[in-house]
Each structure stands twice: as structure tokens, then as C-alpha cells.
Design a protein around this ligand. Structure first.
Ligand code: ATP
Ligand code: MG
Length: 257
């Protein structure tokens, strides 16, 4: 099928994969390439409920912005990866983004996403553990989590509490990797490229490497991006892993594929 023919039939094809009424979702697709079976091709399908899209559009408009492209975290991550890293043929790289309330995992091979999974665990579990242990309000616990001294607790006091709270996050990432290995017919993972707030938590990248048994690198989303002098380079470097999804989104242009 050509792209045009596919566009016509995709809605019908999509119905069997989308667990909602097809009229309630917006769908888009990308042809990934031919499969080993002759006459067949792999197509990546994305479906988002229209009311979810509506909420995001409203937020952007209320902020005075005009949204032109909407993307999914996992694919924004692979665009960030593509612009900053060389493709390493045959290697499976897991782009893992640990946010406040979500973890996105996207395994890319030869520059193409081959497996994605989102989970609703994130750095909030660490913040909550600190709140409980030291009886702190959220904002104060967040400062402690970033390694600052707060009234009632030092980073040294916080360390063991944080490390035990990492457990839930690590277990979830490992679970996603295991799903990948089962669905991808036992393909091995070559490396994890870690981003999101989780990448900035003291000792978390090392703990993940140990738990997952694979090398973990912290993402550098601005590696190949020229930053104008008027921006504070030191600050950008410090928080760069937080910008992985934002960089991937900013690379998109209307109508591109
Ligand atoms: N230096 C830092 N600055 C900001 N947040 C940090 C820092 N270090 C660790 N964090 C943690 O990272 C979290 C934010 O990470 P991130 O920006 O990836 O999440 P998010 O995209 O807002 O959340 P989600 O993806 O779950 O919607 C904060 O809530 C905080 O707990
Ligand atoms: Mg996020």
C-alpha cells in the first residue's frame, strides 16, 4: 500500500487495535518499512482521545501559545536521540525518561522505535518518602531531593531514604525491559540513555545500571544544539536531562514526518 492508500484504510485497520470508539480518538501513523513477510509492512499507529488533546490544546492556548504539532513523549525522546547521537547499527538503546509521575521507555534500534511502554511511577515516590520520613511539605521535600540542606534534614540524612524509595522506580524500569525482551523475542538491551528528573537524582543512574545489568548513560539533549550566548550555559547543562522531551518536541515542524 502507498502512504495515500494507507491513509484511507487506516481508520478501519486501527479499529481492532484501539480500545476506544474510533470516533473518540485522533489517529496518526508512520510507515516503518517492509516486514520479512512479503507484501506486509510495519506501521506505527498512535491514537489519542480527543478530549485529552483538547485539554492540552487549551493549556497551550491559555499560555498564549499556538500549538501546531502534538507528539508523544516516547517519540519526542527518539527525535531528541536522532539529532544528538550517531546510530549504532544493531544495538538496542533504551531511552528511559523518568519524570515526576511517569516513566517512558522507548527502545530504538537502527534509529527506529521498536518497543514503547509508559508506567505511572516517577520521582514523586521519592519526594513522598522524604515528606513522610521528615514530616515536610512537598516543596521542602523537593529541595531536599535536589541535594539542598533544609530545616530538619540534611542531604546525608535524606540519602538512605531516597535510595530505598528508588526501589519502586528501578523495579518498574526493569519490568519494562523484561516486557521488551519477551515481546521482542529475547533481544538483548545494549544500553540505557536516561533522562527526566530521575537522571538527576543522586545515585539513581548507578543504581539502575546495577539493577538492570546494562550500561546507563545520562542523556545530553543539547549535545548537537547550538545554544545562543544569551542563555546561561551552566544552568542549561545542569538541568539538561529534564529537557529531553522538550528538545524532541521543539525539533518537530508542522506536516513533517
Ligand atoms: N535539579 C532538578 N530540577 C528539577 N527537578 C528535579 C531536579 N532533580 C530532580 N528533580 C526531580 O525531577 C522531577 C521533574 O522531572 P521531569 O521534568 O522529568 O518530570 P515531568 O516531565 O514534569 O513529569 P511527568 O513526565 O511525570 O509528567 C521533579 O519533580 C523532581 O522530583
Ligand atoms: Mg515528563
Amino acid at each position: 500500500m502507498s502512504e495515500e492508500e494507507l491513509s484511507e484504510s487506516i481508520k478501519f485497520e486501527a479499529e481492532q487495535y484501539v480500545p476506544f470508539d474510533i470516533e473518540d480518538v485522533n489517529i496518526d501513523f508512520q510507515i516503518l518499512g517492509p516486514t520479512e513477510e512479503p507484501g506486509q509492512m510495519d506501521v506505527m499507529l498512535v491514537a489519542v482521545k480527543k478530549d485529552v488533546i483538547g485539554e492540552y490544546v487549551t493549556v497551550a492556548r491559555e499560555a498564549g501559545l499556538n500549538p501546531v504539532v502534538m507528539d508523544v513523549d516516547a517519540f519526542a525522546l527518539s527525535n531528541m536521540y536522532e539529532v544528538n547521537y550517531e546510530i549504532e547499527p544493531g544495538r538496542n538503546i533504551a531511552l528511559v525518561n523518568i519524570g515526576a509521575a511517569t516513566i517512558n521507555l522507548n527502545v530504538v534500534k537502527n534509529g527506529i522505535p521498536i518497543f514503547t511502554r509508559d508506567s505511572s511511577v516517577g520521582t514523586n515516590t521519592v519526594t513522598e518518602a522524604l515528606q513522610k520520613e521528615f514530616n515536610l511539605p512537598y516543596e521542602v521535600a523537593e529541595r531536599l531531593l535536589r541535594g539542598q540542606e533544609v530545616e530538619g534534614a540534611s542531604p546525608e540524612d535524606a540519602h538512605p531514604v531516597m535510595v530505598s524509595a528508588y526501589e519502586e522506580i528501578l523495579a518498574e524500569v526493569v519490568r519494562s525491559i523484561e516486557y521488551f525482551q519477551t515481546t521482542a523475542l529475547h533481544e538483548e538491551l545494549s544500553e540505557i540513555l536516561l533522562s527526566g528528573g530521575g537522571a538527576l537524582l543522586s545515585g539513581l543512574p548507578q543504581a539502575l545500571a546495577e539493577r538492570a545489568g546494562v550500561e546507563v548513560k545520562v542523556a545530553e539533549p543539547f549535545r548537537n544544539i547550538i545554544i545562543p550566548k544569551r542563555f546561561d550555559r551552566a544552568y542549561i547543562e545542569e538541568v539538561a536531562p529534564l529537557a529531553a522531551v522538550a528538545v524532541g518536541l521543539a525539533l518537530r515542524r508542522p506536516l513533517d514526518r
